[in-house]
Design a protein around this ligand. Structure first.
Ligand SMILES: [Ca+2]
Ligand SMILES: [Ca+2]
Length: 337
């Protein structure tokens, strides 16, 4: 038998007196005042038991049930708090660190992508230029001459057809225009029929006027004869000094700074900087929209150089036609004796 508060045990009777009912109600109120807050786990009202043991057991059961319920509620509460702590996301500091890392990663990815793109365009352009050179050899084998350059208005057709080629600007001494893609049957071309490089800019073409334009006139090479033919286009390793440029050479004497002294034709792309550059010391030698030097027989070719290089930025891609390869093909085709 347990005593709760100052309750006096009373004998169990089967006829509830008013005094016992009052005592039961008072007992319930006392239970409600226990230090468990408002939760006593004992429901209000009067419950009848046969024995005190049964009453005590019921009280204990309700306490145990109640405490278990509280423990369960606390557990759920704690679990919810932990979940919120885990799911609350990033603080501003953490977010800033993450953003810096992401920016670094993107920067690291973009740079190689841009570089890769440039490499791809360069390789594409190199192949286009080589194909163009092959097509010139084929054209020469078939026609006994080389084509003149195209103009911006000639729709990819050489201008003029089979003769002394047009000089495009005042002061020019060599015809330098666009590769005559339509005459050669090359693609892809723009709306003006000009073969495009990897940056979608038209490819340029210059051809020698040596031997009174024998290389572009019908049967000019055969008539002049191999031993007399002296193509004169220069491809220099860098811009010639003024004295050399004045005589159309890479150097004086021409024993240095020279890649070719007898090119028949030069085919080139202005590179990625076509629209904005071309006036640097080296690029200005390859006629382009931004160059100021008239078209002459001197061209420059070397590895790309960045902005700020001694002779300025350089990204032109230049190939040229050797007279010996041309003669070889012409002989094979029966165009030269
Ligand atoms: Ca360029
Ligand atoms: Ca030049």
């Amino acid at each position: 038998m347990r005593t709760v508060g100052h309750r006096r045990d009373r004998p169990i009777t089967f006829s509830a007196s008013a005094e016992l009912l009052v005592e039961g109600a008072r007992f319930n109120d006392e239970i409600h005042l226990l230090p468990t807050g408002n939760l006593t786990f004992i429901p209000k009202g009067v419950t009848r038991f046969s024995t005190h043991e049964e009453a005590n057991q019921d009280q204990l059961n309700r306490l145990v049930d109640g405490m278990a319920r509280i423990a369960e509620e606390r557990f759920r509460e704690l679990r919810a708090r932990n979940f919120l702590a885990k799911e609350r996301g990033f603080t501003l500091t953490e977010l800033a660190v993450v953003l810096v890392i992401v920016a670094l990663m993107i920067g690291g990815l973009l740079l190689p992508l841009a570089a890769q793109d440039n490499i791809r365009r360069t390789q594409e352009t190199q192949k286009t230029l080589n194909d163009a050179r092959d097509s010139l050899l084929g054209f020469a084998a078939a026609n006994g001459r080389l084509p003149c350059p195209a103009t911006a208005l000639s729709n990819g057709i050489e201008d003029p057809v089979g003769g002394v080629c047009t000089l495009f600007n005042a002061g020019d001494t060599v015809p330098v225009g666009y590769l005559p893609s339509a005459t050669l049957g090359l693609a892809p071309v723009d709306s003006k029929g000009r073969l495009l490089d990897g940056w979608n800019n038209p490819i340029r073409y210059g051809v020698t006027v040596a031997n009174s334009s024998a290389f572009t006139k019908a049967n000019g090479m055969a008539t002049t004869g191999m031993t007399s033919l002296a193509p004169d286009l220069r491809v220099c390793a860098s811009a010639p000094a003024a004295a050399a440029l004045a005589v159309g050479q890479c150097a004086v004497p021409e024993t240095a700074n020279v890649l070719a002294v007898n090119a028949v034709a030069v085919i080139y792309s202005l590179g990625a900087n076509a629209s904005v550059a071309g006036s640097g010391t080296d690029e200005t030698n390859n006629p382009n929209p931004n160059a100021t030097i008239a078209a002459d027989r001197v061209f420059v070719s070397h590895e790309p150089a960045p902005v700020g290089a001694a002779n300025g930025e350089f990204d032109d891609i230049v190939v040229w036609l050797s007279p010996n390869i041309l003669f070889n093909r012409m002989i094979a085709a029966g165009r030269l004796p």
